[in-house]
Ligand binder design. Structure first.
Ligand SMILES: [Zn+2]
Length: 266
C-alpha cells in the first residue's frame, strides 16, 4: 500500500497484543530501495518485500532497523542473504554492517534521512527523519494504536519523554509507526503521549496519597479493570513512572513500598 509518493507499507502477518495488527515494513524509493524495519521472518512477508522491489524495477540497497526486537529485525538477515543489501542499525544490533549513531544520515531517493537516537521503548531505538517530506519513521516510539511499552532499563521513562520532546521539536507532519495505521497529525499525537504520561504520574501520586504502597497495589488502583495477562506489563509501566517520579524528588522507596516524599509541598 502506498503511504505517500515513494513510500509503501507492507504489513507482516504477526498480529498480537504486543504488535497490534502486525509489524509495518516500509519500502522507500523505487530504484535504490531502502527497507525500514524488515520485520519477522515470515516467508510470505519476505516475498512481498522482494516483489515490491521487483515491481518498481529497482533493487534493495539498504536495510534500516529502528531497534532489535524480534518483530522488527530478523527479516533483515534474510533480506541481506537474498539481496546483499547491508544492515544499517544501532551499533548494538548483532551483525550490523553500518552502525548508525545519532546525527548520521542515509541517502534515499526522497532525500536525506537523518538518524535520531530515541531511547525509551528500547535502549537502542532509532527513529528516521525524512526532512524533505517531514515524515518520521518512528518505530515503536509511537504506536498507531494503543500505548507504547517502555524498556525495562532504569531511566527508560525519562529517556522516552526526552525522545518525544525531540520528535515534537522536528514538527513532523506524518508519523509512520512500527505498528498500526499511519499518524497524520504527528505533533498532536506525540503531545498526547506526553499528556498521557503526565496524567499517569498524577494518578500514581494520588494512589500514594493514603500512604506507602507496593507496585502491585498501585497497579490495582491505577488500572482497576486490567486483564490479568496485562498485569506484569502494567507493573513495569508503573515502576518506570515511580523511577521517574523519584528522579524528580517526588517519591521515595523503602523496601517494596513506595511513598510520597514529604519534603515536597505539591
Ligand atoms: Zn514492535
Amino acid at each position: 500500500m502506498l503511504v505517500t509518493p515513494g513510500v509503501q507499507v507492507i504489513r507482516a502477518a504477526n498480529p498480537s497484543p504486543m504488535t497490534g495488527e502486525g509489524t509495518n515494513t516500509y519500502v522507500v524509493g523505487e530504484q535504490q530501495i531502502i527497507v525500514i524495519d524488515p520485520g519477522p521472518v515470515l516467508p510470505a512477508h519476505v516475498e512481498q518485500i522482494l516483489s515490491a522491489a521487483q515491481r518498481s524495477g529497482g533493487r534493495i540497497t539498504a536495510l534500516l532497523v529502528t531497534h532489535q526486537h524480534s518483530d522488527h529485525l530478523p527479516a533483515a538477515y534474510t533480506l541481506k542473504q537474498r539481496t546483499g543489501a547491508p544492515i544499517l542499525a544501532h551499533p548494538s544490533v548483532p551483525g550490523v554492517d553500518r552502525a548508525l549513531d545519532d546525527g548520521a544520515t542515509v541517502a534515499s531517493e526522497l532525500g536525506e534521512i537523518a538518524i535520531l537516537s530515541t531511547p525509551g521503548h528500547a535502549d537502542d531505538h532509532l527513529s528516521f527523519w525524512l526532512a524533505s517530506q517531514r515524515l518520521l519513521f518512528a518505530g515503536d516510539l509511537v504506536a498507531g494504536v494503543g500505548t507504547v511499552v517502555l524498556s525495562s532499563s532504569p531511566g527508560a521513562l525519562s529517556a522516552y519523554l526526552a525522545s518525544l520532546r525531540r520528535l515534537i521539536s522536528l514538527g513532523p507532519l506524518t508519523i509512520l509507526p512500527g505498528h498500526g495505521p499511519i499518524v497524520p497529525n504527528g505533533v498532536a499525537r506525540v503531545q498526547s503521549y506526553l499528556d498521557h504520561r503526565a496524567e499517569r504520574d498524577r494518578q500514581i501520586l494520588t494512589a500514594l496519597a493514603g500512604g506507602p504502597r507496593s507496585v502491585d497495589e498501585i497497579v490495582a488502583r491505577v488500572y482497576p479493570d486490567l486483564r490479568p495477562e496485562l498485569r506484569s506489563m502494567a507493573g513495569r509501566n508503573v515502576s518506570a513512572h515511580l523511577e521517574h517520579l523519584r528522579e524528580a524528588g517526588l517519591v521515595e522507596r523503602r523496601g517494596e513500598n513506595w511513598s510520597r516524599n514529604n519534603q515536597t509541598l505539591s
